[in-house]
Structures are given as structure tokens and as C-alpha cells.
Write a protein that binds this ligand. Sequence first.
Ligand code: ARE
Ligand code: CA
Length: 628
Amino acid sequence: AGTEMAFTVTGDRPGLKRATLVIERRHLSGNQEQLSYEPVARITMAAQGSAFKAIHVFTDTGVYGYWFEIETDQGVYALQNNKDTIYWTREKGSMGAASIERLPSNMNRVRRYRQTIHAPGFEVPTWAKDVVYYYVFPERFRNGDKANDPRPGGGRPQDRYQDRDVERHATWNEKPFKPNTGDGSDALFNNDFFGGDLAGLIDKLDYIKSLGANALYLTPVFRAPSNHKYDAADYKQIDPAFGTNADFERLCAEAAKRGIRVIPDTSLNHVGADSPYFNRFNNFPAGGAFDGGKINAASPYATWFKFKTDETDPDNQFQGWVGVKDLPELDKNAPSWRAYAYRDADSVTNYWLDRGAAGWRMDVAPWVPDDFWREWRTALKARKPDALTVAETWFDASKYFLGDMFDSTMNYIFRNAVLDYAAGKSARQMAANLELLREAYPPQAFSALMNLLSTHDQPRALHHFDEDADLALAKRRLRLAVFFQMTYPGAPTIYYGDEVGVGGGDDPFNRAPYPWADEGGTPDETLLADFKRLTKLRHDLPVLRHGTLRAPLHADDHVLVLARQDGHTWALTATNNSLKPRTVSVRLPASLADAPQLADALGGPAWRPRAGRLTLTLQALSGLVLTR
Ligand code: ARE
Ligand code: CA
């Protein structure tokens, strides 16, 4: 706020009469599907020679869009963002490519340039930009303790969920992780269990470290009936099938010894229907808000939910998240819920920070009101100033990066852009999509993004690359995607198993057990070695983590060349997604043009610039990192 920005439009279009700078506030609401613009300022730009100039002072933090209304002899046009081209270079403040089009009848169609004005004190923990995540769905990683496996029979009433419909698989390979009948009879569901647990994670910390990861992101580990545990039954207890609270502390302590931080995940938007809070199935002692399917006004949790007393069908008396009745939605404005979630000294948020968590990934962020997240962040940072906050979002997350909500987000925009590129789509398109993030996100958030390729909610990267058609080719494409991930700003994120060739389509097939060799699995060791080589490259070269990204030096159908600068250190990163070698010639930035040679960080021969240009040949589906 208080930031002054100067805008200049240049051009020699004959008949140019007037240029107006239009600034609007951009609102993305609902589940990020409703986009609207609120007028902020219309400034007639002053003509100076062939240029038009204007200055605007942003008085308030916010997500802004701007464009230029251009009046000529022929009518009124919008000078706007060209969505298919790289149009933005922040360092010079000039747009590489813009388009001038007639004003559309629906003004939402104008493609605005973006400016996010964040609070001056927006600090992201400094460690975040050095992170390489290992991302684990704990039920499927490693069974370190057979004694705690979910099993039918016995147990206290509140353990009874373990008897319900549990399909227990003795070995990892017992149930196919590829649908092969088509009739659904082999489908996996929320009640298929394989026995993974925290003991398994502790056993494999050395493995995780050897892979080059220094942060461990875990999908929920708190007591819950399903295998995914987003249906919390006790926010303050590790699920008995995963271990104990002491195991969590041990995991964090053992991880810390190896320089690894642990980031847990939970939903503060909904709980499980089968929980003491709700108790729809009476599996817990009386006292839930919906005991046995009846509204219970006397429950200590009664105010956590909004019930519709005029409905008779229990299913209609409460709201499930996106209609999923297993996940009763909380009233996020209820003071009693906010107290439990983050205000109390031993709130859910504090409870696990105090036991070793380095931050939180927060489920379904857009379903929760912004002021909840603001208060939540304040409470969390008061408890642990260097704790990291990561929002689960799928689209533009700018509004979370104003300094008062989140530090980072799951970067699905990155995933989509990079997977499409590695699968053969144009480098120009990938660059345009990624440059949009660089334009919109404050740099401190941009370099802390959770840059993922696979997740537990989407088909794995190998699947995207058509693993069933040609596995070897799919793996080459995966290597290219990982190369890009490891050389780009933001925290590279490895979804457990990707590094040894695990594939699988949509949920639940993207959650296959890790194929440990000592359990009869066949991890792809060659692929693993390549992952390690690339994480090492990232750790060895600070410029890849800290270096400022400049506007792309080159982007065509196949090749992208990027430049990074960290003080006097430079890196050029280049990738080719073609099945054939490609040669490109790029003009070097001034401070690189006089370099006698650029070293290949992966050990290949050095490259020599000539007359300020560098001619590079990239092998099929490969990348290069050149440093000075
Ligand atoms: C289960 C089944 C699904 C079924 C669903 C609905 O597995 O096949 O479609 O039920 O009946 C958790 C479990 C899921 C489970 C779900 C509901 O992990 O296995 O699904 O609970 O029981 C959207 C949201 C995003 C959300 C995903 C799932 O925007 O926030 O949907 N992700 C988080 C977690 C999930 C978790 C939950 C939320 C609930 O990461 O693991 O699910 O706590 C498009 C849209 C996205 C959409 C995405 C996936 O690309 O753009 O908005 O994400 O598809 O559907
Ligand atoms: Ca176990």
C-alpha cells in the first residue's frame, strides 16, 4: 500500500487520440469460479511525444487488474494482455506483446494485466525457498509397524470404525492399483487399508534425505475412519493405525536431525460424520452435534454446525462439503469453532506446532472465509514465527498473498503448465502461463510455491504422459518435467513413488503403495538416481533457489531458455521437449554477453558466447544448466 506505479504506453498508431489507464480490483470468489472486477480508477494518460503516461498510487493492499482504453479515429479499443504470448518483463516494466482489440460487450473478457499489492511487511519464512518437498500419503508409504494395522474385530466403541467395511490388504500388491475390469469390482475406496504408518516414515527418513528432500508434507495423520483422514474424528490424536502422538514427536525430532521439516495437513472446513464432534452413527459416546442422526442442541459441539431444523431427512439437515455427507461442513464463523481451531492456547493449530510441525497445509482454503485465515495466520505466527502456511488452491491464489493469510500454495497452475509442456505442448504456452504467476504473485511467495507434478488428488505425472502406451517414453518425459521443476523458482515437490516410476490415474489409483524392494516391489533405481542427481543440482547451485528469474530469453514450440541472477552468479536453464535435438540462438543479457564461456553444471562441455549471442544445441527431451 502506498505504492506508486508509473504506466507508459508507447506506439505510433496513426489517429491515436487518447489513452486511459483503467485500474480495477479483481475478485475471485466461491470455489474460485466467480470472477468480477470493481472499478478503482480511470486516469486519462498525458501525451508526451508518441507516449502516453500516467501514475497511480495504490492506497490499499489487494489484487488489481489494469488495462488501457485506447481511442483512435476508428473507435475505442482495449490494449490488453495477450494470453498466448509472453507479454511481461517486470525488470524493464515493458510488455513484450500486447494486443489491441475492440472493446468486448462482456467486459470480463478484457485480459487485464495484473498487480498484487501486498502489505509492506509480508514475510515468508526464509527457509521456504530452499525447500524440496517429499509429499506422502501416509497410509501407502511404508508399513513400519504391523501391530497397529487396521483390522476388523474388537476394540473400544470409538475404535469401532476400524470394523466397518475395512478391506485389509496383507501385502502391497494384493489389490490392483490399475482398474482392469471396467466394472468397478476392483475399485479401491476410502476403506481399503494397506497399513502404512508413522513408524514406516521414521524408518525411511534416511531414504527421504538421500533423495534430497528437506521437507516432508503429510496428508492428514489425525484420527479418522477413512484411509485419507480428511474426515477428522480427533484433531489432537494421531490415528491409532498410524501410531501415537509420541510417534509424531519422534518423527519430527528424527526428521530435524536430518535437516527435514515436517508439515502436516488438515481440514478446518469440515470434520468426519463419524466423529465425537458429529457422531452421526453413534460410534462414540453421546455428546455429538448429530448423535445417531438427530440434532443434539445440548452437544458441546452444537454451535460448530448449522442445522436446518425444518427438514426431516437427516441428510438434508446439515451441509456436507460439496455435498459429501461424510464431511459435515463446519460453521467457520462460530466462535467456539475458531477457539478450538486456532484461538485457544492448545488449539489444533498450536497443538501440532508445539509437537514439532514446521507449518501447515490447509485443506480447501477457498471454502473458508478470508478473515478466518487472517486470524489463523496471526495466531500461528505468534506461536511459531517461522512456521510456513500453505493453502490448498487450484487456481489463482493472489488474494492469499497480501501478507495476511498464506505464504505459499499448492501450485496446480505449475503442474498443468509443466506436464503439458513435457507431454509435447509448446514452450511458449508454458512460459506464458508461468509468467502470469510471476507477474501476479509477490516474489517472496513465488519462490516458496509448492511446485508439484503429481498429487493425491490428480493422476500421477507418469499417467499424464501415457504410461500405458509407452512407459519408457513416459519416464523420459517425467525426467524432463523434473528437470524443469528442479531448475525453476519455487519448492520442487516429489509425490512419494514418482521417483521410482509409480504411475496411476485418478483418485484412488494415484495412491498406490510405494514399491519397496524388500516387500516384492520393483522400484526403478535408474529413475531414482536421476531424481537424486537433479535434487543435488538444486542444492549445489543457490542461484537455482534464490536467483531472480528474468523474462524468458527464448521460447518457441519446443525450447525455453530462462535466465536466473543471484548477485554476480548467473544460470541459464534450457529445456527441449522435442523428440529431436534442437538448436537455438539467444541474445544474452548484457552482464553475460562478455563471458568467455558458460559452464555446464551437469558436467558437459562448456559453451562459448559469440558476439553477445549463444547458440545452444539441446538433445531430445533434455535440459541444460549453464552457469557463470
Ligand atoms: C472421494 C472419492 C472421489 C469422489 C469423492 C466425492 O475418492 O473419487 O469424487 O469422494 O464423492 C478427500 C479424499 C478424497 C475423497 C474426498 C471426499 O482424499 O478421496 O473423494 O475427501 O470424500 C476439489 C477441491 C479440492 C479437493 C478436491 C478433492 O477444490 O480442494 O476436490 N482437495 C482436498 C484434498 C482431498 C480431500 C478433500 C479436499 C476433502 O486434497 O484429498 O478429499 O477434505 C478439478 C477442480 C478442483 C477439484 C479437482 C479434484 O480439477 O478444478 O477444484 O478439487 O478437480 O476433484
Ligand atoms: Ca502399520
